[in-house]
Design a protein around this ligand. Structure first.
Ligand code: ACO
Length: 362
């Protein structure tokens, strides 16, 4: 038994935060951000993480031609759940009406979707589940310290989702390699974001963020590189057998390093980082959706995906596409209108971070 990907959908909130917007409160420039990261703009959400996931899920279900009640497993891959108790996935379940599904959140940060795809595929392969919805949704900008110019420019909000269905055809995720470099867990951390946080101390709503960009960069290249070698070996494939590479979108230079290592030409790589920045667990499913929308995936294609994220988690997978590359149905729903600009949405956080930084130095 295999787990074919039969539906896909994405949800990007409408408010666009440009590099120019960032220069209004940070000592940075469009030139620096574009050349060092490849990012030109990113989206800032006016709705919750799970609400982004809801719309991506509805679109994925429509593409698969399924009703939500037919889904028996729903995994929300996120590092930014709106609530820890209850899990954020239960909100998605309620809103889409997936009443017959087992439902949980999975936190592997930016690698979350690759982990989620692996878990759902394994459960379908063993016959425990038949139809699964795997959603990647994140709002890392909620955790960002807007006084740190190296972090503040990199992230955006978004969601993507896929539907998996049991199939006798050899397709879906055929090989994966997942891992975590826990030794380096502190190089990317919202340090007081859980129960470790002192309950009645500090400035409300402020996270102490640690971010060692160059260390993350080095370890990302190493982790993704070894995961990619492993999955290619498992399937006895060479890099040139890959029809499309769908990498995590954290930094264009990390993507280029991976391409160089594999010898993959640019026309075989999905890159959308310039439009959305790093949307964490949502990057891979969003990129997958865009590749399908642009006709870049053909029936039977062999796809390679690779990601890394806080933890530092890493992973890669080989996906054999099935025979359908167009949606069965369209979902016409949209997010509620957004009345504010991206900068207006961010303003309370920018002010809060400024106040916290001032309190620290006082
Ligand atoms: N604008 C202008 N200058 C900046 C900015 C900015 N936004 N940010 C940093 N600089 C300056 C630094 O202060 C430094 O100045 P100095 O030389 O005077 O000290 C200079 O630019 C170079 O800084 P570096 O850190 O060496 O820049 P680098 O080329 O390494 O790029 C970056 C930094 C973009 C953060 C890079 O290291 C990176 O992308 N790392 C990986 C990050 C990543 O992948 N994060 C995703 C994590 S996934 C998850 O799970 C959430």
């Amino acid at each position: 038994m295999h787990a074919n990907i039969t539906g896909w959908g994405k949800c990007l909130p409408p408010a666009v935060l440009s590099n120019q917007d960032l220069t209004t409160f940070l000592d940075t420039s469009d030139e620096w951000i574009s050349s060092r990261s490849g990012i030109k703009e990113r989206r800032i959400s006016h709705v919750s993480t799970a609400s982004l996931g809801v719309l991506a899920s509805k679109r994925a279900l429509a593409a698969a031609g399924l009703q939500a009640g037919e889904i028996d497993l729903l995994i929300l891959c996120t590092a930014c759940p709106d609530t820890l108790i209850p899990n954020a996935a239960s909100f998605v379940q309620k809103e889409i009406g997936a009443d017959n599904a087992a439902v949980f959140d999975l936190n592997a940060a930016c690698t979350g979707f690759v982990y989620g795809l692996s878990v759902a595929t394994a459960m379908i392969k063993t016959g425990v589940m038949k139809k699964a919805l795997v959603v990647g949704a994140d709002r890392i900008p909620c955790f960002i310290d807007y006084s740190m110019r190296d972090v503040a420019v990199l992230f955006g909000d978004g969601a993507g989702a896929v539907v998996l269905e049991a199939s006798e055809e050899e397709c879906g995720l055929l090989a994966e390699k997942l891992g975590c470099d826990g030794e380096a867990r502190d190089v990317l951390a919202a340090r007081d974001s859980g129960t470790v946080r002192e309950r009645f101390a500090g400035i409300d709503g402020y996270f102490d963020v640690n971010f060692e960009g160059q260390e993350i960069f080095k370890r990302a290249v190493k982790g993704m590189g070894s995961a990619v070698s492993s999955v290619l070996e498992q399937r006895q494939l060479k890099a040139e057998d890959i029809d499309l590479l769908i990498p995590h979108q954290a930094n264009i230079r990390i993507i280029e390093t991976l391409m160089k290592r594999l010898g993959t030409p640019a026309d075989k790589v999905v890159v959308n980082i310039e439009k959305y920045g790093n949307t964490s667990a949502a990057t891979v499913p969003i990129a997958l959706c865009e590749a399908l929308e642009q006709g870049r995936i053909k029936p039977g294609d062999t796809l390679l995906t690779a990601a890394f994220g806080a933890g530092l988690t890493w992973g890669a997978g080989i996906i054999k596409w099935g025979d359908r590359v167009t949606p069965l149905q369209e979902c016409n729903e949209a997010l509620p209108p957004c009345e504010k600009t991206a900068l207006e949405l961010l303003q309370p956080w920018i002010d809060g971070c400024k106040a916290a930084a001032a309190a620290k130095t006082a």
